[in-house]
Design a protein around this ligand. Structure first.
Ligand code: SF4
Length: 352
């Protein structure tokens, strides 16, 4: 009988029971308001997530301007999740410089346990061990076990949760502690520069929503995407008006910042990045070999490097573009000249 039971137990499909996420009963199910000035007034902390990229920069200057008018600048904190060497050189320093010029507090957070490349390798060995264990349990050859891709992707975007969201939540805990006993949960307004125009998934995001997973009995977190409806031109206009320096990678032709090689980036961006950072691209190729999977779905870093090398051979080494190239494309030469006349920023070593 016991043998029969174990037989049936083995035959049952393995379904992992998902643990229902418990949310503290005090956490509201919907935001109290979606009116910008009320959102700002209601918040104990106004947390501006800054990747150093153009969207978070435009968002930060827009919100700081509003908060200043309301006398709330002291509640604003810019937070940058430092991704280490996988992000463009000078990004962290730029985010800090922008916060300083806006007159607000700056915090930098880091994930423990290595950067994206180190984590991809560690994840591969974890997934491999799991696949081998499962194969053994099913009486199959563990050497033939299929290992799930270790790289992050649109369906397994662990890079964002591990390298950005997690460390930023730790900062939230610190900010809550700083306010001591308010006698009620601390209200954090977590502002992000995500825009509908960036992608179909981002278009589906709500401009204002309660971040229930980040909320608990001590803090209520509201996510606000203040520039969700903005166009590219509106973003660049805000940058031009703010006079804040923007990252030079845009002048070189990158459409996005953060990781130089983003698993979700377009081909033009990653090929350009491979021309600008050949040494880093070679590290990605080495990791690709180690984990036996392409960096991007359907496009390996090996292919990206080959395309970058072909372009180098055809057109020669990239020449540093004039400062303001990206801005001029969106706001015109006159506004760019006015911007450049009062913005001071050093040329960055993008290959660093
Ligand atoms: S920039 Fe791309 S690769 Fe880097 S953390 Fe964000 S989604 Fe992941």
């Amino acid at each position: 009988m016991s043998a029969q039971i174990s037989l049936f137990a083995n035959a049952e499909p393995k379904t992992k029971k998902k643990r229902a996420r418990r949310v503290h009963p005090s956490v509201p199910s919907a935001p109290a308001t979606t009116v910008p000035t009320e959102l700002l007034r209601f918040a104990d902390w106004i947390l501006l997530n800054s990747s150093g990229g153009k969207d978070s920069q435009a968002m930060a200057s827009h919100i700081c301007h509003l908060a200043d008018r309301l006398g709330l600048l002291h509640r604003v904190v810019v937070v940058h999740a430092d991704l280490g060497d996988v992000e463009w050189g000078g990004t962290r320093a730029l985010a800090e410089d922008q916060a300083r010029r806006l007159g607000v507090r700056f915090e930098v957070v880091h994930a423990e346990g290595g950067d994206l490349l180190a984590r991809t390798v560690a994840r591969f060995f974890k997934l491999k061990a799991k696949a081998e264990d499962e194969a053994r349990a099913e009486g199959l050859d563990p050497a033939a076990a299929k290992v799930a891709p270790a790289w992050p992707s649109s369906s397994a975007r662990w890079c964002t949760s591990d390298l950005k969201r997690g460390p930023i939540r730790k900062l939230m805990t610190r900010l809550v502690d700083e306010l001591g006993g308010l006698g009620r949960p601390v209200r954090i307004l977590n502002c992000m520069g995500q825009r509908a125009a960036e992608s179909a998934p981002r278009a589906k995001l709500q401009p204002v929503e309660i971040d229930r997973p980040a909320s608990n009995g001590k803090r209520h977190v509201t996510t606000w995407r203040p520039i969700h409806g903005w166009t590219d031109v509106e973003v660049w206009k805000e940058i031009a008006c703010s006079g804040l320096p923007y990252h030079e990678a845009y002048d070189w032709g990158m459409s996005r910042l953060s990781c130089s090689f983003c698993v979700l980036g377009c081909e033009a961006d990653v090929v350009l990045a491979a021309r600008l950072r050949p040494t880093k691209a070679a590290e990605y190729v080495a990791v690709e070999k180690q984990v036996g999977a392409d960096f991007k779905h359907g496009l390996s870093m090996g292919q990206i490097v080959a395309r970058a090398q072909a372009l180098e051979a055809e057109h020669g080494e990239l020449q540093r573009p004039p400062r303001g190239t990206a801005l001029a494309r969106h706001v015109g030469k006159k506004a760019t000249r006015a911007y450049l006349a009062h913005v001071d920023s050093d040329a960055l070593n993008l290959a660093a």
